[in-house]
Design a protein around this ligand. Structure first.
Ligand code: CTP
Length: 400
């Protein structure tokens, strides 16, 4: 697949070399086209080194145009991806002008165009930017993200560029190109996030899970060519593009959604922090305070992971064990008790685990284990998916 990767001038441009690598490792040829301001954030030396092609930026570069003109470049592209796409570049595309090479290619191409916006959250929610997004979407341009989270400016909100892995996977899925990855053609079902167990119409029991690890695993699996179904509890995260997301609230709904899609799954990864107990009954009206103390009767929720592992034709089943102490011992106990193929153990509590962007983990299986040092959840997800794929094929070949 030929990708023209436009890079415009936002701080997220520092992620562009990683994005190029993610596209190339899936078999894409990448021609980079930068805007003048992109070069303030990322050097053309770095981009040339990772893409293996000279960078294009100037519409009036006679030598480059002689080798491949901007029209030939527009025809060469199977997809034009702009990441990061600033508010300015979005506005320029909306206007239909062609003041530079990148916008000229956007006008001259018949290939699908995808933008991964990245900007300060106030700029993103500005009426002008939202109106531009609307126009672009109506013209059939794909808008990937943006994600929600901490921003380079120190604020938090919607406007973060999606992770390179998620962008690369989305680009392949929107062009229908098959990713030649480790999980090509495999169906992977993943649960993520917390559940909410209703007490009355306004109150519920939940936990601190952000869903970030499960979402990162879903993107990493899609990046390896898997057909991913992500069953998500309530989270404040952008839906990973190109992935089927089923939204649920309670443990019971997550259980039902999982069993609706699990039949032909090859791999099941339970990354959700499912409530173990829910109120025995949901009170129809808001509970009024009366006595100094009150009791809430709780009953067990169904164990989704154990129920999948117990299926007669169970998929390769992976659980998570989030523990505050005796991490490995408890995780190994769960591996055996729930009859899992693999379990990922991680420490949670003060300054680790939940609602953070990094994580540390140890993967355990029947007669082995592997530890992963602290790294970003997306890097960890990538490594975990490689390990899961390796064990999945080992089990399958032992079965046949
Ligand atoms: N899990 C599940 N359904 C539940 C509870 C947990 O699918 N009702 C899954 C989680 O997604 C995770 C693993 O099981 O993969 C966690 O195991 P569990 O024993 O439930 O962990 P805790 O809830 O932390 O239990 P404990 O109190 O025994 O530590």
């Amino acid at each position: 697949m030929n990708v023209v990767l436009g890079i415009s001038g936002g701080i997220a441009a520092y992620k562009a070399p990683d994005l190029v690598r993610r596209l190339r490792e899936r078999g894409a040829d990448v021609q980079i086209v930068t805007t003048a301001s992109a070069e303030e954030f990322v050097t053309s030396t770095a981009l040339q080194a990772v893409s293996g092609r000279p960078i294009r930026s100037n519409l009036w570069d006679k030598e480059a145009e002689a080798a491949m003109s901007h029209i030939e470049l527009a025809r060469w592209a199977d997809v034009v991806l702009i990441a990061p796409a600033t508010a300015e570049v979005m506005a320029r595309i909306v206007s239909g002008g062609a003041p530079d090479l990148l916008t000229t290619i956007c006008l001259a191409t018949e290939a699908p165009i995808a933008l991964a916006p990245a900007m300060n959250h106030v700029m993103w929610s500005n009426q002008a930017t939202q109106a531009n997004r609307d126009v672009l979407e109506k013209r059939g341009i794909h808008i990937l993200g943006p994600g929600i989270g901490s921003q380079a400016c120190g604020e938090t909100g919607a406007g973060r560029m999606l992770e390179p892995d998620a962008i690369a996977a989305a680009v392949f899925s929107l062009t229908g190109a098959q990713i030649d990855g480790l999980l090509k053609g495999r169906k992977v079902v993943i649960t993520a996030g917390p559940t909410r167990e209703a007490i009355d119409p306004v109150r519920y029991i939940t936990n601190r899970s952000s869903g970030k690890m499960g979402y990162a695993i879903a993107s990493a699996a899609a990046a390896q060519g898997a057909d991913v179904v992500l069953i998500s509890g309530p989270v404040n995260l952008a839906e990973p593009p190109g992935i089927e997301v089923i939204k649920v609230e309670s443990a019971q709904q997550m259980y039902e959604a999982t069993h609706n899609v699990i039949r032909d799954a090859d791999i099941f990864i339970a990354a959700a922090a499912v409530a173990d107990y829910r109120p025995a009954s949901v009170v129809a009206q808001k509970i009024k305070k009366k006595d100094e103390a009150m009791r809430l009767e709780l009953v067990r929720c169904p164990d989704i992971l154990a129920s999948v592992a117990a299926l007669p034709t169970a998929p390769f089943t992976v659980g998570f064990a989030a523990e505050t102490d005796k991490v490995i011992e408890y995780a190994r106990g769960k591996l055996e008790k729930k009859k899992l193929d693999l379990i990922i153990a991680n420490r949670v509590g003060d300054n680790c685990g939940f609602d953070r962007d990094d994580n540390t983990a140890t993967a355990l299986w029947q007669n082995g284990e592997q530890s992963f040092p602290t790294c970003s959840k997306s890097d960890l997800a990538r490594e975990l998916i490689e390990l899961v794929a390796q064990h999945f094929y080992a089990v399958r070949s032992a079965d046949t």
